[in-house]
Design a protein around this ligand. Structure first.
Ligand code: HEM
Length: 263
């Protein structure tokens, strides 16, 4: 443990040895927020993994259209999340889990959007309804219950840190991209070891002081965060299916005379 803690301190001068030493995964208890949150979102995680969009990733068949639309949604989501985290960075429920230098995604997403949509990407991006609902919820809790932001930060950032490297390679291969252009979203240059960082993040989550009621609120919000993500993925896929069907119908209409002639 000391070795691990030393490694973490070396990775980041602000991480104290004591802090990373405090709790390893073996020492976590059932009452730790990090354990409870993982437990209550377990089923939701399975459902998120099994959305059509996430299955496309896992099958190595993510299309450029899917990825571009996903980036549009992520832009809206992270803009709201990071603005609310920044605004509430001194709140006792946010300060311990506030890691903008290591985790902030907004600039990376902007870079990817520019790569795929061009310099005028701001005029071209679309924000589907479910994505609007998600960002609206983030802004609402940022104003009314900043202590719930940890549930959303956990859901997005720990998920990104868990699957990032694998998903980046899959996306690169599926879309035939050269190098890492368009894939900045997946890269965390400020995090040398995602596993060590996740360990630190969990211990920071566990240090947040919450009343029983607040804790239940955070757990409920985490399930909601997963649900909002699932709705974003489903909505996005529905939009793509409608577009696909339309273009299929167009090509059918187009080919009808030819078929008639053949008959
Ligand atoms: C963690 C897989 C999608 C949120 C993980 C872990 C794996 C994984 C292997 C590490 C588990 C561990 O360390 O014990 C996947 C796969 C996905 C996917 C294959 C789909 C392609 C998502 C989505 C979200 C998400 C869509 C949320 C929007 C999380 C979170 C964690 C996590 C929050 C951290 C759990 C914890 O340690 O408390 N995921 N995931 N994942 N994932 Fe996913």
């Amino acid at each position: 443990n000391i070795e691990r803690a030393a490694e973490a301190t070396e990775l980041h001068p602000n991480w104290t040895t004591m802090e990373t030493e405090k709790k390893t995964s073996e020492q976590m208890t059932d009452t730790d927020l990090s354990e409870q949150i993982k437990k209550v979102t377990k089923d939701s995680h399975v459902r998120a993994e099994n959305t059509e969009l996430m299955l496309s990733f896992q099958r190595g068949r993510v299309t450029l259209q899917q990825y571009k639309l996903l980036l549009c949604s992520l832009y809206e989501i992270y803009q709201a999340l990071e603005e609310e985290l920044d605004r509430n960075s001194n709140h006792p429920g946010v300060a311990p889990i506030y890691f903008p230098a290591e985790l902030a995604r907004l600039e990376a997403i902007e870079k990817d959007l520019e790569y795929f949509y061009g310099q005028d990407w701001r005029q071209k991006i679309v924000v589907p309804a479910a994505t609007k609902r998600y960002s609206h919820r983030l802004r609402q809790i940022g104003k009314e219950n900043p202590e719930f932001l940890v549930a959303h930060a956990y859901t997005r950032y720990l998920g990104d840190l868990s699957g990032g490297q694998v998903l980046s390679r899959i996306a690169q291969k599926s879309m035939g991209l050269k190098g890492s252009e368009g894939l900045s979203f997946f890269a965390f240059p400020g995090v040398t070891s995602p596993n060590l960082f996740k360990q630190l993040y969990r211990s920071r989550m566990n240090s947040v002081e919450l009343t029983e009621e607040e804790r239940n609120g955070v757990l409920e919000e985490a399930v909601r965060a997963f649900e909002l993500n699932i709705q974003v993925f489903d909505d996005l896929q529905k939009m793509l299916n409608v577009t696909d069907n339309k273009s299929q119908n167009r090509s059918l209409t187009h080919s009808t005379p030819v078929q008639t002639l053949q008959i």
